[in-house]
Ligand binder design. Structure first.
Ligand SMILES: *[C@@H]1O[C@H](CO)[C@@H](O)[C@H](O)[C@H]1NC(C)=O
Ligand SMILES: *[C@@H]1O[C@H](CO)[C@@H](O)[C@H](O)[C@H]1NC(C)=O
Ligand SMILES: *[C@@H]1O[C@H](CO)[C@@H](O)[C@H](O)[C@H]1NC(C)=O
Ligand SMILES: *[C@@H]1O[C@H](CO)[C@@H](O)[C@H](O)[C@H]1NC(C)=O
Ligand SMILES: *[C@@H]1O[C@H](CO)[C@@H](O)[C@H](O)[C@H]1NC(C)=O
Length: 570
């Protein structure tokens, strides 16, 4: 009797395993370029994994986003609360129970890491993870930095879970640990002094005053304290206030601007007291310096857990925090990105789904398109390097965000560094499909096979992005270029427009693209039709009349955008 009792659980487990085989779920042939397989991961290494459960009504959420973001729709501007979004994204009771009991049966402690309960995090050893998920977790070395991450090239799901789980993460996603996930091709150059007062120095260096002239941006302070902008940063990119204050004193003598911003932390970030790289200074100086008087928050995400840290996790945790805010920021500016090919389609979709939720809540998300021309984030800057295909970037390929490319010169032409092209994961969304089709028609057979003609087009819009004067922890003035520069400019203009909308008792703009691609939206932008984005030993895509995969629909003009927004907003 006793014996059979002792044996019973073992027997049960055997039956369970036999009746619960594994079903292959995700697989990639090799690690992406830049990562080398070093060795099997040691079996007792602990992994910090999470599972995304199937959400109850993604189609409903997508429709809700469309309705609140499309001018003329009866729900335009009626953004959703956190609870209303969660009603669409919460998993079904069956999915939640299946996942939780599966974890409990294996003694795996879990916690929900999203308000709707659609993401569960758990700690698991490599040995268990390999066994339960038919995986082969291994150590991969990032060649450039020598840092190591633990990933697998494939995994399966127990058959009982396969209908309830979208992905396990991080498994097949590769981003280097302890490296800021940047797409910036920054250049440093020392400038002894300001050349001349603006606008006379504007053909030489870009500055807040030059941008105010170029885009007719008001210099007067915003008045609505409820209208806020969040600037995101990742890994160890910490701002110091004294260079930012020096920048503001010098660049905006017309206004008494203080280097004052709130800070928030996600995914293990903290006040590091040590200065990050020039990115964080660029992003804060050009939001504080242009969005005059708008309350700004710096949200730092990462580094996360050493073996499993990655860019998608930092995005999920950082933006996930905003999703649960009672009043989320109206605008978020992000000058970071990576090659879409670093992530599996399922991971890109899971992160993009979070951006859809934030759009439904009324948040305008702006991301840099990348600085490697058509080659994307892997470009070394050598445009004669050949490639098997062009390199679309992420998150720019996500159709629920606004991707910002770069221009240069007066009058403006496309900046060669401006990444653009077509996603290999996301199809062209309805608001954009006629534009991408028209561009591809005039392209003819050129570049056939190098890009996905059915893909979402990148970028949506652009702004000046070359030779921005900044101040960082170095004692000199420097210039820096990239879509990292253009993104805070466009974001700041949207933030100032929201200030006027809120003052007039209207809703902020929320997800921008349906408005930008409408007749009124495009008429409020400066169409750029000169220049191209070379890469992969080609001249890249050319800027043309209308939308193009270098400058999108064009650059902003504050008075025209404000008038168009006032006319549609309710
Ligand atoms: C989201 O906010 C609610 C209430 O504001 C809180 O109870 C909950 O813990 C938050 N969830 C997460 C995942 O932060
Ligand atoms: C900046 O700080 C000074 C005092 O240090 C104050 O007089 C001024 O009003 C502040 N400006 C803003 C925009 O907060
Ligand atoms: C790292 O992983 C451990 C174990 O899973 C977890 O308790 C902790 O919250 C994680 N840290 C971060 C910053 O996510
Ligand atoms: C970070 O910590 C330093 C030292 O304690 C402090 O002076 C600084 O104000 C902090 N910065 C922020 C943004 O909290
Ligand atoms: C780049 O293209 C040119 C022709 O446009 C060709 O002559 C050259 O060999 C190519 N370079 C490489 C590295 O393939």
């Amino acid at each position: 009797m006793l014996l059979s009792l002792i044996y019973w659980p073992i027997l049960a487990l055997t039956i369970c395993a036999a009746s619960n085989p594994l079903v292959p779920h995700e697989k990639r042939d090799a690690a992406p370029a830049g990562f080398l397989l070093s060795s099997p991961a040691s079996s007792n290494t602990m992994l910090d994994l999470r599972m995304a459960l199937k959400q109850s009504n993604v189609a409903g959420l997508e429709q809700a986003l469309h309705d609140v973001s499309t001018p003329g729709s009866p729900s335009y501007g009626k953004h959703l609360t956190s609870e209303e979004v969660a009603a669409y994204t919460k998993p079904s009771v069956e999915s939640f129970d299946a996942a939780v009991s599966w974890l409990k049966d294996r003694g795996l402690f879990h916690r929900a890491v999203s308000h709707a309960g659609d993401w569960l995090q758990f700690s698991i050893s490599v040995k268990e993870a390999n066994e339960y998920f038919g995986a082969e977790f291994s150590v991969f070395t990032h060649e450039e930095t020598g840092s190591e991450i633990v990933r697998t090239l494939e995994y399966s799901l127990p058959v009982d879970l396969k209908d309830h789980i979208k992905i396990l993460h991080p498994t097949l996603s590769f981003s280097p640990p302890n490296v800021v996930p940047k797409i910036t091709a920054s250049r440093r150059r020392h400038l002894a002094t300001r050349q001349a007062p603006p606008p006379d120095d504007c053909p030489v260096v870009e500055s807040p005053a030059c941008l105010q002239v170029k885009y007719n941006i008001p210099t007067t302070a915003a008045t609505q304290p409820s209208n806020t902008m969040t600037v995101t940063g990742f890994q160890f990119n910490w701002p110091l206030t004294f260079p930012i204050q020096a920048f503001l004193n010098f660049e905006r003598p017309d206004a008494t601007l203080n280097a004052t911003f709130d800070t928030r932390y996600a995914d293990g970030a903290k006040n590091l007291t040590l200065a990050g790289d020039s990115e964080v200074f660029l992003d804060l100086e050009y939001t504080l310096g242009i969005a005059t008087g708008v309350p700004i928050t710096y949200l730092l995400s990462g580094p996360g857990n050493s073996t499993t840290a990655d860019f998608p996790t930092m995005l999920l945790d950082g933006f996930g925090l905003l999703l649960n805010d009672t009043v989320p920021p109206q605008v978020v500016s992000t000058s970071y990105g990576a090659d879409e090919s670093n992530f599996t389609p399922a991971v890109a979709e899971a992160v993009c789904n979070l951006f859809m939720q934030l759009g439904a809540r009324g948040v305008s998300l702006l991301f840099s398109s990348g600085d490697g021309g058509v080659q994307g984030g892997t470009s070394t800057g050598d445009t004669s390097e050949t490639c098997a295909a062009f390199g679309p970037t992420f998150p720019s390929g996500c159709p629920y965000i606004t991707s910002v490319g770069a221009t240069r010169n007066i009058p403006e032409i496309a900046a060669g560094l401006s990444s653009g092209g077509f996603s290999n994961v996301f199809p062209a969304p309805s608001y954009q499909a006629a534009d991408t089709a028209a561009y591809i028609t005039q392209l003819g057979s050129t570049y056939q096979g190098l890009y996905n003609p059915a893909g979402r087009g990148i970028p949506d819009v652009s702004a000046s992005g070359v030779d921005f004067r900044i101040r960082d922890f170095h004692p000199e003035w420097e210039t820096i270029s990239g879509t990292s520069a253009s993104t805070p400019v466009f974001a700041s203009i949207i933030s100032l427009i929201n200030d006027r909308l809120i003052e007039a008792g209207k809703s902020p703009m929320g997800f921008l693209n349906p408005f930008l691609y409408s007749a009124a939206g495009r008429a409020a932008l400066n169409d750029i039709n000169q220049g191209s984005n070379p890469g992969c030993n080609t001249t890249g895509f050319a800027a043309v009349n209308g939308w193009d995969p270098v400058t999108g629909l064009g650059t902003p003009d504050f008075p025209r955008l404000l008038a168009a927004a006032m006319a549609v907003s309710v």
